[in-house]
Design a protein around this ligand. Sequence first.
Ligand SMILES: NC(=O)c1ccc[n+]([C@@H]2O[C@H](COP(=O)([O-])OP(=O)(O)OC[C@H]3O[C@@H](n4cnc5c(N)ncnc54)[C@H](OP(=O)(O)O)[C@@H]3O)[C@@H](O)[C@H]2O)c1
Length: 268
Amino acid sequence: MKISGSTILITGASGGIGGAIARQLVQRGATLILVNRDGDKLAAFAAELDAAGGKPIPLAGDLAQPGEPARIVQDALAQSGSIDILINCAGVQNFGFFAEESAADTATLFQINTVAPIALTNAVLPHMLKAGKGQIVNLGSIFGSIGFPCFATYSASKFALRGFSEALRRELAGTGVGVTYVAPRFTKTAFNRSAVTRMANALKMNQDDPESVAASVIAAIERNDRERYLGWPEKLFVRINSILPRLVDPSLIKQVDQMRPFANESTR
Ligand SMILES: NC(=O)c1ccc[n+]([C@@H]2O[C@H](COP(=O)([O-])OP(=O)(O)OC[C@H]3O[C@@H](n4cnc5c(N)ncnc54)[C@H](OP(=O)(O)O)[C@@H]3O)[C@@H](O)[C@H]2O)c1
């Protein structure tokens, strides 16, 4: 879909990847509706984009609250008149051994990573269908295709988002509304707390800058990609894991011992 002249609602807008996407979208002439939880951070970021000529609309909201996605879309439409593209980028991560994870943390993670993007899509879809055009863009993860130890609920939340994206894309074929799922690998943002970053370094995980991830997300939008997996060899591992998961089991099971001290530190 064309970026220039489009009105784009992006959640997680002041985060590492969302912020980089927003800056690049402004450079390409989009009008942005920025959503995140922290109102002060959002106002500062909106002022930065305004100074760059972006004229963004900031909308603070807590996606962990069930009623918020519908309210956010309603307010966004009232202020902007239209939404051409929805980018679901807000997300949180639970890292550690699942036996130590509280039910409340699991529920919050699913609310933010899975239920909120689905609810935002549900609220914006009638508007896009009426217009006969639109694009839903969901930020997943390589862990949304490869179930990763010590990220069990995070992986599950992104598996669900990937399944939703695939089903909805098929359902909407021919309507003019597309669905794009983008799966980054480890990206250097505040999303990864200290223990996760040190673990990633110890495991020699490949790491991307948010700017390059943002450029890939925008390329995926422009090309109306169905799915885009970022990084080599990660995109190959995704294929192998989907066809022959038993081939992948031994290396990931072996890694649990290397992850243990970091996971213990995280859940202590
Ligand atoms: N970084 C990685 O390694 C990585 C890898 C693969 C996929 N991803 C995915 O990429 C997306 C963006 O990640 P990131 O690295 O940019 O994360 P980040 O820097 O931590 O930013 C997260 C964003 O989500 C917002 N958010 C969190 N909880 C919220 C809530 N309850 N209500 C509203 N907004 C909320 C934050 O807003 P506040 O600051 O106001 O809380 C922030 O803007 C996520 O979906 C993540 O799963 C990240």
